[in-house]
Write a protein that binds this ligand. Structure first.
Ligand code: M6R
Length: 609
């Protein structure tokens, strides 16, 4: 996820671009850059690191001009650096591009362009766009961009500037947002509304597959095939402060709502064209080497550990490979049995968690191949791992992890299915059914989000309690742990996550009418057992809030409240079941008036032991 802006008008472009980028920094802050056009020259400034670094330098050496584009980067290809920062230019420096998204076929495009003599200066996917447009440009920028984008596979929002056409910006989008802002004698382009609010409330939302020619007077929009589009601009009613969080009260709520889109993004690019196989180009072990793996060792902390715990069920049941899992802070101080046939699976949103890094290095020293699942390109985990799979969740700003968790789950399911195919542990029909179910999850998750009003009511009713019990079995035991962690960290209500079958061995003593139980009771192998556990709670006057299947009449007989989720393969239910639990903790904390995005004593990334 990155933020892009564009300006064309009679004011100086640089301050407007920097201001817009500031509003979009939540989308990424690995590097930033701007390009400004003046008197037949394109001047570019770009810097690794946060925008303020670039802005500081710009104060001393401003770029002058009334047309420009800008970018704030969440790196996906190539480490964050000055040269990988946008804007990217063609060979001649006359065409410059900013881009948000992923160009999946960039390697083949790059190879072809290099054969044709184009010289690349960065490791990014975006740079191919600049060269592709250069190769098509014979005086008509709109047509050159349009023709180029027809060749691109992937997702993009782009704004293009050309020295030879000084009064025009060309903007286009596919699966990444882009909005045109209309002023008097000036026009704006941005990834998100906050960047526009200081200048205009009249906007046009570009739709997938649309391209716009933007001049001072206005914008002409067509489809990529050239068909004209006529759309009345919309008027934005948001106030600027709320809009920074996309209209949500907190980043956490925004991130919960982003989940259907980001889990879809995690799938995209790793499913084959036939949608029957998983492809993991980031995994650098050959099928032969994967068949020799005798054990997977999961290394992670906190929420990432819970994702790994779900992964254990998926790996063992689909790929029939033993999985050992421990929190990294424990793992690093014992002597696990690790050798060259161990696959060390490191899971970390930030890629900077100290205990995770230490345990990862130990595993590597003992000969394990390290496969990392991370959200942050250029992080320490990214640099030190042997193989990398990115989660593509975009920047997660709230301390309580939500979308990072569900994208980690999606990635782990993909790895499990890939291993199952390579190791021959799942027949083609079963694999096809799992892959189909996996691809339905984004849509199903959007349905789960519709339970928000119900969950909010439950949270308002229960946020006054001091203790809660979260129960789950099988693949949803980790869901109980993660649900309890979410409640603890932002609402400060004590929550005990437990394997439901263990309840009789102690925690049952906690049950009173004042200690509600949250039970995950979805259809599957342990469903009947969960019903028995729920009855045990009820027999002791406990109140049960159950997460269960939409159309489950039995659960209704025993639980006091039911939060319905759609049916899916049992192994995949954690992706759906966690969403109401995230919302429950959010609304408990909100009702209590707590600082949700920055809860006490916590930091987003634990970089010390
Ligand atoms: O960046 P990481 O995924 O390595 O972080 C691990 C934990 O610190 C993190 O998941 C933490 O538990 C979250 N605050 C949970 O919401």
């Amino acid at each position: 996820m990155c933020g892009i802006v564009g300006y064309i008008g009679d004011a100086e472009a640089m301050p407007i671009l920097l201001d817009g980028l500031r509003k979009l920094e939540y989308r990424g802050y690995d590097s930033a850059g701007i390009a400004v056009l003046s008197e037949g020259m394109v001047s570019v400034a770009r810097r690794q690191g946060k925008l303020e670094r670039l802005a500081g330098e710009m104060q001393a050496n401003p770029l002058l001009g009334r047309v420009g584009i800008g970018h704030t980067c969440w790196a996906t290809h190539g480490v964050p650096s000055d040269t990988n920062a946008h804007p990217h230019a063609d060979c001649t420096g006359r065409i410059v591009v900013v881009h948000n998204g992923i160009i999946e076929n960039y390697l083949s495009l790059r190879e072809r362009l290099e054969v044709d003599g184009h010289v690349f200066t960065s490791e990014t996917d975006t740079e191919v766009l600049a060269h592709l447009i250069e190769s098509r440009f014979i005086g008509d920028l709109y047509d050159a961009v349009r023709q180029s984008l027809l060749e691109v596979v992937g997702s993009y929002a782009v704004v293009v500037l050309c020295r030879d056409i000084p009064d025009t910006l060309v903007a286009a989008r596919l699966h990444s947002p882009l909005i045109l802002g209309h002023g008097r004698g000036e026009q704006f382009v941005a990834s998100d509304v906050p960047a526009l609010l200081a200048y205009t409330r009249q906007v046009t939302y570009l739709q997938n597959g649309e391209i716009a020619v933007v001049t001072r007077e206005g914008a002409r929009v067509t489809r990529l095939d050239g068909t004209e589009i006529r759309r009345e601009p919309a008027t934005i009613a948001w106030d600027a402060a709320a809009a920074e969080k996309g209209g949500y009260k907190h980043f956490m709520l925004k991130e919960i709502h982003e989940q259907p889109a980001v889990i879809a993004e995690t799938l995209r690019g790793r499913m084959g064209e036939d949608r029957a196989h998983v492809h993991l180009p980031g995994l650098k072990l050959s099928p032969d080497e994967l068949r020799k793996i005798t054990k997977v060792l999961v290394i992670a902390c906190g929420t990432a550990y819970h994702a790994g715990f779900v992964g254990k069920y998926a790996f063992e049941s689909l790929a029939r490979v033993p999985v050992e899992i421990d929190v990294a802070s424990e793992l690093r101080y014992r002597t696990p049995i690790v050798d060259e046939h161990t696959l060390a699976l490191v899971i970390s949103q930030s890629g900077e968690t100290a205990d995770t890094l230490a345990a990862m290095r130990d595993a590597k020293e003992h000969g394990a191949h390290v496969l990392a699942v991370t959200n942050v390109v250029g992080s320490s985990v990214d640099r030190d791992a042997d193989s990398i799979l990115y989660t593509y969740a975009g920047p997660e700003i709230a301390v309580a992890s939500t979308k990072a968790y569900t994208t980690q789950l999606m990635t782990l399911y993909q790895v499990a299915l890939y291993l199952a195919e390579v190791r021959g542990t799942l027949d083609d029909d079963a694999r096809a059914r799992f892959i189909e179910a996996l691809q339905r999850l984004p849509e199903q998750m959007a349905t789960v989000l519709e339970t928000e009003p119900l969950v909010k009511k439950l949270a308002e009713a229960f946020c006054g309690v001091h203790d809660t019990l979260y129960l789950g079995r099988g693949v949803n035991f980790p869901t109980a742990l993660e649900g309890a962690l979410k409640l603890k960290e932002i609402s400060y209500i004590h929550a005990e996550g437990y394997a439901a079958g263990e309840m009789k061995h102690g925690p049952i003593a906690l049950i009173t009418p004042q200690c509600p139980t949250v039970a995950i009771a979805v259809p599957g192998g342990v469903y009947e057992k969960m019903l028995s556990n729920i009855k045990e709670v009820k027999a002791r006057q406990g109140h049960v809030i159950a997460v269960g299947a939409t159309d489950d009449p039995d659960l209704r007989k025993y639980a006091d409240d039911i939060i319905p989720i759609p049916r899916t393969a049992e192994l995949f239910t954690p992706v759906l079941a966690i969403v109401p639990l995230q919302l429950f903790s959010y609304y408990c904390a909100d009702t209590l008036g707590l600082d949700i995005d920055q809860p006490r004593n916590l930091a987003k990334s634990v970089t010390v032991e």
